[in-house]
Design a protein around this ligand. Structure first.
Ligand code: SF4
Length: 324
């Protein structure tokens, strides 16, 4: 029996200790071995060559490497003026961002710490580990008051308990990983695509798909979540050579998962989106084009909204109640 058969068997085995929500999630993120796609060994090189060809004419003119993650891809498909404003302003931690970071750390620790901890214990372990890292997030956490840290603890512990009640317990035999990094280097490092997967389960077997990519969402569902996951499917294919079997967005507070099956069309469509975005980002970097101004819900928190006429017009209409 191959390791992916073992994972499939374990994922598929009935577990009477599971809650109905856990059973439902498990049923949706499990793809039986006989439904998994086998791909050509040449796919990885073919996609890599296509991605390089899309940017070949422009990379010679840039001095600093262009790093592209899901954030940059969203930006060029949203308001480019906002993207440029964000590039110009230094990154600052804010309390809502810390909740997601601590939550992800808790999930990681829940897989690797024995004996098992309660949600509150995991939050304490995660917070103390993160505050000892000596990075920007640690500095930010130290600046908070005791009350603010207690509120974060409480919020994350509640989210984590919902996660444990609705997501099937992660067994070691499934080969779960957290924060799995993927990096694709083009043109000797002039263009780098990168991502970090929240949670993966399973693995490919030679050329047959088997890995499930799960993004753990602590906020509301938005349409670009699926685009983000398709981009990750592309990264996975370019690095490993085999696309993932399934893409899943798990909305923690609702305890619900949205799943998409992956095939070659999924990966090729992600490739087109990534190539177009890379080309556009290079044009912006080289000032061969002006940033497009595209009002959308981001106008509500955009740092340059006060100086942006289209953004102000959109906000007035939205505050009128007439926007969708
Ligand atoms: S206010 Fe809206 S349209 Fe203007 S730059 Fe910001 S996000 Fe773009």
């Amino acid at each position: 029996m191959t390791s992916s058969d073992q994972v499939s068997k374990e994922l598929g085995s009935a577990d009477s200790a599971l809650t109905p929500a856990q059973q439902e999630t498990l049923g949706l993120i499990r793809l039986p071995a006989d439904q998994r796609t086998t791909y050509e060994a040449t796919l990885r090189h073919e996609l890599h060559a296509a991605l390089e060809a899309a940017t070949a004419d422009l990379v010679g003119s840039i001095d600093e490497p262009l790093w592209i993650s899901k954030r940059q891809l969203q930006a060029v498909n949203g308001c480019e003026a906002l993207y440029e404003a964000q590039q110009a302003e230094p990154f600052e931690w804010r309390i809502p961002m810390t909740r997601g970071q601590i939550f992800h750390k808790c999930v990681e620790l829940s897989i690797h710490l024995f004996p098992k901890r309660t949600a509150s214990e995991l939050v304490d372990e995660a917070l103390s580990s993160m505050m000892n890292r000596g990075d920007g997030l640690a500095d930010f956490l130290f600046t908070l008051t005791e009350v603010e840290r207690a509120e974060i603890r409480s919020d994350v512990a509640s989210l984590l308990q919902t996660f444990f009640d609705t997501f099937p317990p992660l067994k070691k035999a499934w080969g779960p990983t957290t924060e799995l990094p993927r990096k694709v280097v083009l043109h000797q490092g002039k263009v780098v695509f990168q991502g970090r997967f929240d949670l993966t389960i399973g693995q490919p077997s030679e050329l047959t798909a088997g890995r499930v990519l799960v993004e753990l969402k602590t906020g509301r569902a938005v349409p670009h979540h699926l685009d983000d996951l398709r981009f990750y499917a592309l990264l996975e294919t370019l690095v490993v050579g085999v696309p993932p079997a399934l893409l899943a967005s798990f909305y923690v507070d609702a305890g619900r998962v949205q799943v998409e099956h992956v095939d070659e069309d999924t990966v090729r469509s992600a490739l087109r989106r990534a190539s177009d975005a890379a080309e556009r980002l290079l044009h912006l970097r080289l000032e061969k084009t002006r940033a497009a101004v595209r009002p959308n819900t981001s106008c509500r928190w955009c740092p340059i909204a006060n100086q942006c006429e289209p953004g102000q017009a959109w906000l007035e209409e939205a505050n009128d109640g007439s926007a969708w």
